[in-house]
Design a protein around this ligand. Structure first.
Ligand code: BES
Ligand code: ZN
Length: 627
């Protein structure tokens, strides 16, 4: 493939004119071309032809669970490029035209597991193409029946794009290193309101037939997994000058009350690592079927309602998704082998926000919970297992493939360790400058370490030796310099867990005073084998099955099911029938499936009923466990 000098300059981010092509005005982020930056989960060949802007014009049909319309794509291509290759998965493409409306030849290749099908479009001289298509039962999209919403009257739509699901409803180059600006016009039936991960462009307008058109725009280049949509009977409440929350009317007060610290979190995050560059920071609290705790969709974080505990004890989730506005959305892992760059950096940043807002005690407790998660993963997987590397080797680097105890928790411990060795002030200045130098660009582990060496280590051989950077990123297990959590964080609750082994009770008065993190710690530290009497006593004395904290409730249900405790089955069934968050749902089904003759029939009975209420993400994981 012959590449012209002007095209290479554009790849490097220089602003050379591209003749009369339409995309010259847009910001164009560079594409990384090194081997470690290549994404094996896209069919795109961005060095030949790449999408720089997506304009969606789509209608939502709740009856047939279909989005239909068109995507107009601006293409930046080498002068001699014949084709552009897009990603797709299950799309029904009826035609592709050039900017003059003339049909373009295209082929849809065979589907590849986990990747979908390439759409190869002949472009000749054209630099803007329009794909007319529909997507029915797209995996990214969950269409909820009214009964699955809090209000119970209207249907609801939500999307989840990360890591590779957006190609099931948007025909584009679906790779985190190929950043695109986008705009959208979305038609939805009244009275539903549509929100997206972009800024709203004016009031909705009547579109005939009891429908309204909503318009959005994201003028900063983003990784395509960050395009998101939700539609439902939702209302908005302002939280601060640049933040607010969307949710169903009956949820609004509870959601807004839990989120009153949002503006302070944004301020704290900016003070730590530089300006918030996205304009508004709004959130939507979704129905409980949302498959994740949260998703960092730009300007519109998506949240599970299960983080609402009434006491803000689980708002680390909000700090986490907000932190992604820097680590993940501003600087983005170039491919899924380096998702620790997104998630580990964010988990570290999350904890720093928590420290700023709520103090060192809460932050240390949450860091200690995270450290324990890492240790659990290391013990389960084995410290020589390559799955415990931050940078995943090619055979393990499947999207959604890493262990969270590594990508999130070991990743956070790595940065905590560097912070401790170089000192907080220097570390913070460096991390802020990293985000700044790489803003709106993809990054790899190698770039992260190189930048750290150039701007933080600066040739100090003794410091270099102390940091063990390569071991942290490229080796399994835990490097010897790892900074351990403050042992005081859980001194009291660990003593109570140890005493339980002797006395068989936990003091309810102590429990009542504990933080949510301490309660989670206790449940993690209790003996794994308990009999019915012991479980009944714990539940009675600590009120476990009546807790309003879903993290605590989950740990209790898991412990109970692992011990074949029949009285917990109705509560587990109720939980699994309302909540679709994979982190909760999958381990509970797994616990049941591991219980010999007792659990699997219960799991199968419940899953037969609840499966249709889950998002494809959760279905995919639980199918492997139960079916
Ligand atoms: N970006 C993730 C969710 C995600 C990761 C989706 C990988 C698809 C593939 C999000 O920021 C996240 O980490 N959510 C966590 C929250 C938490 C660690 C506080 C979750 O959903 O539990
Ligand atoms: Zn995250």
């Amino acid at each position: 493939m012959r590449l012209l000098a002007s095209f290479l300059l554009l790849l490097a981010g220089a602003c050379s004119p591209l003749g009369d092509t339409p995309q010259t005005a847009a910001i164009v982020s560079p594409i990384l071309t090194t081997e470690d930056a290549k994404d094996p989960f896209t069919f795109a060949q961005p060095e030949v032809a790449r999408v720089t802007h997506v304009a969606l014009n789509l209608a939502l049909d709740f009856d047939t669970q279909t989005v239909a319309g068109s995507a107009t794509l601006d293409i930046l291509a080498a002068d001699d490029a014949d084709t552009v290759i897009l990603d797709s998965n299950g799309l029904e493409i009826s035609g592709i035209t050039d900017e003059g409306g003339a049909p373009l030849a295209f082929t849809v290749g065979d589907a590849v597991e986990g990747k979908g099908s390439p759409v190869t479009v002949s472009i000749d001289g054209t630099r803007q193409i329009t794909v007319v298509y529909s997507a029915r039962n797209a995996e990214a999209l969950q269409w909820l029946a009214p009964q699955q919403t809090a209000g119970g009257k209207h249907p609801y739509l939500l999307s989840q794009g990360q890591p590779t699901l957006n190609r099931t409803w948007i025909p584009t180059q679906d790779s985190p290193g190929i950043r695109q600006t986008w705009e959208a016009r979305i038609i939805a039936p009244e009275p539903l309101t549509v929100v997206m991960s972009g800024l709203v462009m004016g009031e909705p307008v009547a579109a005939g037939d009891g429908k309204r058109a909503f318009t959005f725009k994201m003028d900063k280049p983003v990784a395509p997994y960050l395009i998101a949509i939700a539609a439902g009977d939702i209302v908005f409440k302002e939280l601060g000058p640049r933040s607010g929350v969307w949710t169903e009317p009956v949820m609004l007060e509870r959601a807004a009350n839990e989120l009153t610290d949002t503006e302070k979190m944004i301020d704290a995050a900016e003070k730590l690592y530089g300006p918030y560059r996205w304009g508004r920071y709004d959130m939507i609290v979704l129905p409980p079927s949302f498959p994740y705790g949260g998703m960092e969709n730009p300007v519109m974080t998506f949240l599970t309602p299960t983080f609402i505990a009434g006491d803000k004890s689980l708002t680390g989730l909000v700090a986490h998704e907000l932190a992604h506005s820097w680590s993940g959305n501003l600087v983005t892992n170039a491919n899924w082998a380096d998702s620790w760059l997104n998630e580990g950096t964010t988990s570290y940043f999350e904890n720093r926000i928590i420290e700023e807002l709520y103090g060192a005690r809460r932050a240390n407790q949450e860091a200690a919970l995270s450290f324990a998660e890492m240790e659990k993963t290391l013990a389960e997987e084995g410290v020589t297992n390559p799955i415990t590397q931050l940078h995943l080797p090619p055979d393990l680097a499947i999207p959604d493939g890493g262990a969270s105890g590594i990508i999130y928790d070991k990743g956070a411990v790595f940065l905590r360790t560097v912070e401790t060795i170089v000192g907080r002030e220097k570390f913070d200045a460096w991390l802020e400058s990293w985000f700044d130098r790489h803003a709106f660009q993809p990054a790899t582990s190698a770039m992260f370490l190189a930048d750290m060496r150039e701007n933080l280590v600066k040739g100090d051989a003794a410091l270099e030796a102390k940091l063990m950077l390569d071991e942290w990123v490229y080796q399994p297990g835990l490097p010897s310099n790892a900074v351990r959590p403050d042992p005081a964080a859980f001194a009291e609750v660990d003593a109570a867990a140890a005493a339980y082994a002797a006395s068989g009770t936990v003091d309810p008065a102590a429990w009542a005073k504990w933080t949510a993190a301490e309660r989670q710690r206790l449940l993690a530290k209790l003996p794994r084998e308990l009999n019915d009497q012991q479980l009944a006593a714990l539940d009675r004395e600590l009120g476990l099955s009546k807790t309003g904290n879903n993290e605590v409730l989950f740990l209790w249900l898991e412990l109970a099911l692992e011990n074949r405790y029949d009285p917990a089955v109705p509560a587990a069934e109720k939980f699994l029938s309302t909540v679709g968050r994979r982190k909760f749902v999958a381990p509970l089904f797994e616990a049941l499936m591991e219980q010999g003759a007792w659990g699997p029939p219960i799991a199968k009975r419940i899953y037969a009923k609840t499966r249709p209420t889950y998002h494809a993400v959760t279905q995919g994981t639980v199918d492997k466990l139960v079916m």
